[in-house]
Design a protein around this ligand. Structure first.
Ligand SMILES: Cc1cc2nc3c(=O)[nH]c(=O)nc-3n(C[C@H](O)[C@H](O)[C@H](O)COP(=O)(O)OP(=O)(O)OC[C@H]3O[C@@H](n4cnc5c(N)ncnc54)[C@H](O)[C@@H]3O)c2cc1C
Length: 386
């Protein structure tokens, strides 16, 4: 329960959902909150250690079934994302990329052997995965990707490069998307394969408690069974992104909630002109507007989660959620920052960290503009992408 839940939205969850949420919240309180400001400042996160702890709790590939995955509902997974991101968007990204992008791609499109090989250790956090779609010159338009896959006898040769890849610096396996003669194909690439090199991207001003890398592929020779047999065409990576975006719809609310709770507590105790900041009408107007937006966002996330659990969630509906909830979460973080005054820019409080993180969340998994275009296309029937 949070003080911003004026509408009693909690009552829309069942006991199991509330229980999962409490477990993840406790984990975040114990293992993330005490350290995250430091991780953020240093630009480093103990990703392996965290992955094992998240694995022990069943958070990795949590909404997938079999192969050691927990098989939870989409709503329970969403609530877990919300709690993780209340800690830090980078920590939630570690879990999202592992479960919704790398594991999901293998789970949905991999061969039985690939699933047996990769999913159980990824579910426990013994193996870490990443997802390479974006390239230095191709972001919003992955259809023009330059990374190539060509057959050489029974083998495949991969050549090109992927950029801005979450988890890459610690990952054991990358799901790499490359253009082959017949179209876009996906490959499970062990990152210790000859010809692969990974460089960590430093100096990020956002998502600093998350490891991001560039993957160079220099004629990487892969056996035939590295190909994900079920993935043919760009639809495959896009379906993985739809999975992950659903987690973001929830996750962004976590960052916003942490900002709101911090701000409510601060405004109640900080006194200016002889009264607490919370007692000024202008402050209350800000708080009221933010609480209203947060609750609308939660209703939206819950509706999309229930649609996902009913097997009815469509990609453009996820775009509605990602566009709205990340945009509003960022607006909430920025507004909260004003209420904390100078302390709003201090790393002693989580506000600026969340705001900076949400800048990345606004951009990855489809920028706001791309989601507007997806929704626009659905509304008008016209493709305005190019
Ligand atoms: C911290 C971080 C982690 C990431 N992790 C991953 C990952 O794990 N795997 C992965 O594959 N990628 C990852 N990404 C990459 C991310 O998905 C891309 O940054 C994103 O898709 C946007 O691509 P771009 O940065 O190349 O921007 P561009 O595509 O160059 O876009 C720049 C701007 O132009 C706008 N724009 C582009 N096309 C249009 C259009 N047709 N109409 C109107 N506006 C348009 C965009 O909305 C944006 O505002 C990550 C990014 C960040 C920042």
């Amino acid at each position: 329960m949070t003080p911003v839940d004026l509408l009693d939205l909690d009552s829309l969850l069942d006991d199991e959902e509330r229980q999962i949420r409490s477990v993840v919240r406790r984990l975040v309180d114990d293992r993330v909150r005490p350290h995250v400001a430091d991780w953020y400042e240093r630009g480093h996160v103990p990703a392996r250690e965290l992955a094992r702890e998240f694995g022990r709790l069943g958070l990795l590939g949590m909404h997938l079934t079999g192969y050691g995955c927990a098989g939870s509902t989409a709503v329970a997974y969403g609530l877990a994302c919300l709690e993780l991101e209340a800690g830090d968007s980078g920590v939630r990204s570690l879990v999202s990329v592992q479960g919704s992008l790398a594991m999901y791609a293998i789970w949905r499109y991999g061969s039985e052997e690939q699933k047996q090989r990769w999913l159980p250790p990824m579910a426990t956090g013994e193996a870490i995965g990443c997802f390479g779609l974006t390239e230095p010159d191709h972001g919003s338009d992955p259809a023009s990707m330059a990374t190539r896959a060509r057959r050489d006898g029974d083998d495949w040769l991969l050549h090109g490069g992927k950029m801005w890849i979450t988890n890459a610096p610690v990952a054991d396996v990358a799901v790499i998307w490359a253009r082959a003669e017949e179209g876009v194909r996906g490959f499970a690439v062990p990152l210790d394969s000859p010809g692969v090199s990974v460089r960590e991207i430093r100096r990020k001003m956002s998502l600093r408690a998350s490891l991001t890398g560039e993957i160079a592929l220099d004629d990487v020779r892969l056996p035939a069974d590295a190909l994900l047999p079920g993935a043919a065409g760009l639809k495959a990576p896009l379906s993985c992104l739809t999975e992950a975006r659903h987690g973001i719809v929830w996750g962004a609310l976590g960052a916003a909630r942490d900002c709101l709770e911090t701000t409510l507590a601060y405004a109640g105790t900080r006194t200016q002109f002889g009264r607490p900041l919370a007692g000024f009408q202008l402050t209350q107007a800000k708080l009221a507007d933010m609480a209203v937006e947060w609750q609308k966002g939660f209703l939206l996330a819950l509706h999309l989660g229930r649609l996902a659990d009913a097997g009815k969630l469509r990609p453009e509906q996820v775009s509605v959620g990602k566009l709205n909830n990340v945009r509003e979460a960022l607006a909430i973080a920025r507004q909260c920052r004003t209420i904390l005054g100078a302390n709003g820019v201090s790393g002693e409080y989580p506000i600026m960290r969340h705001a900076n993180n949400l800048e990345s969340v606004l951009t990855y998994e489809g920028t706001s503009e791309i989601h507007q275009l997806v929704i626009g296309q659905r509304l008008t029937g016209l493709n305005a992408f190019a």
